[in-house]
Design a protein. Sequence first.
Lengths: 390, 128
Amino acid sequence: MKRKYAMITGISELAPIKDPAGQKTLALLAEAARLAIADAGLHNTQIDGLLVTPPSEDSAFMWPAQVCEYLQIRPSLLNMVELGGASAVGAVSRAALLVKAGLVKNCLCLSGGVWDSQVFNTLQGKKSVMSQAEIDFELPYQPLGFNTGYALIAHRHMHLYGTTPEQMAKVAVDQRKSALLNPLALFNQAPLTVDQVLQSPLITDPLHLLEIVRPCSGAAAVVVSNERGASLHDSVSILGWGEAFSHNSIVYAEEITTSPVKESAHRAFGMAGCEPADIDLLSLYDCYPITVLITLEDAGFCAKGEGGIFVTQHDLSYQGDRPCNTHGGQLSMGQASFAGGMSHVIEAVRQLRGEAGERQVARNHLAFVNGNGGVMSTESSLILGRTEYV
Amino acid sequence: MCNPTQFYFEHLNKGELWLQYCPECQRYIFYPRSHCPGCWSQHWEWHRSQGKGRIYSYSVIRVSSLGGDGEVPYIYALITLDEGVRMASRIVDCGLQEAAVDMPVEMTLQTFGGQMMPVFRPVCSRPG
């Protein structure tokens, strides 16, 4: 019997939005919050903890207070979790800790915002997601933001381990197969082939356009609780989590093809008392396919350097022997501000509840979820289980 | 105390690459900063670098990051200097297909927005 630290009683996810015109971050968050507490069978007065990821465009000053004022809630603990793409998993992990400590009974984890590419493609927009050291010592050479960071990792991974562009493309292809059954996904109209990925334009070698995540607007929420309460859904428990950090800019990572997932996953598995072989479902932050390959390796699902072989030997779709990112991942779903990282938590909960509809996986006892911030800088790993089986 | 970042850039404008070195930790430090990241002391020294190293990884950038300046494609790279530190830079005087991980390179200087910055070229292309 595994130790259950807290439960996920409510989830919500808005359809990602391509056109930011007229969207407001607080409105998106409020709608996600409304749907999540309804899903949990809770009233808004029962929310006594709030963890929110940063806004992408609004002023972040006193952001938790801005959100609580808008929602008119008075939690006993409020905070912002800023770990880049790992923020959402980081928020759920922290909520479990607060619930387990008895400080909070129902913690609302909120993530999302408005993303306007017109704003972020300006010099000022680029600087807003860079440290002063990156502005001084990297920006003058004009890297293509996060894309180039991951391109550097991919090139070195290819050099050290013989990883191929075909192997990386396969991740996007398998995820698209699942996305076709996800009505929320931005890219759910047509299947994708490896050839199509490789024939799309090279942006920053070796990354092609169709293996680069599409930023968009949206929001998602999770309620972490100490008891099942009025929830009508099959219960999902938080069994373990772990976090790790190694660098801010990828330039200064000790070895760019090895990520802090090595430590974060190890800690999560240790707390949960299980191992990679026990996991039925993978939900891995996928800003690019190389992120998935390295996460698989460093979390222990395959040997170091064999991520490329692993993804070609396994079917990652919802029908496959190693279902991974069955919502389509961010590559097909879209990366809705910081909610992109929450989408991996939400899909794992749907699958564990048995509520994934046509893309439901056959075996759904245990899920491994990973959030990744920056250029494989900060990693947050989470192990969730269907309560009746763990 | 002189601002380390300012010292670094001023010397680049004279054509010289200087790196901080911590005698206690016996390691070089990059990027320039107030405290040694190993022992957190401020007792570091400036040492001049020969600017030699190898390509750690690289990417040919084919789309202009800020739109339409006509400069693409160019090779963005991480360089591991012989002193053991890594820095971001560009590879110049090198065909797009020629760049490779572990290729030996040496520093030259190029101006970006009025500031001289180190860029690197394959060692074999050194004139004379």
